[in-house]
Design a protein around this ligand. Sequence first.
Ligand SMILES: [Zn+2]
Ligand SMILES: [Zn+2]
Length: 142
Amino acid sequence: MGHEGIRFVSEAEARRAERSEQDLPQEAKTPVKVRVFKTEGTGLEIVWKDGHTSRWSFLWLRNACPCATCHDERERAGRRPGESKPKPQTLLPMYEAPPRPESVTQVGHYAISFHWNDGHQSGIYSWDYLRRHCQCGECAAA
Ligand SMILES: [Zn+2]
Ligand SMILES: [Zn+2]
């Protein structure tokens, strides 16, 4: 008897937690068109099923790499996903090639991954993650 009561409470809590996560509607995280402007070097564009279009520069994407290493590094430095690392002020700044993907791979039905020109390739960018970080004015304001 007592057990059922406990289970009921935890289920209700789980449902509350789900709601507070604010799950995106399926159409908002289903891409109908994915374009990678690899040659142009400009970035990624996704048209979603709900009609919204999102664009990200490769620089933003590289700085928003969701892999554990990059995530932890950002957390420690207090940088938001996509935020560039501060450039050290030196007399002889090293030239760094702007980030570009050497190749792009679709990961199952839920994500995309980039093999960057700096050799890094462990980030898996889920459609959900990308849509949550849409860079358009409308989403930025929300
Ligand atoms: Zn990474
Ligand atoms: Zn948007």
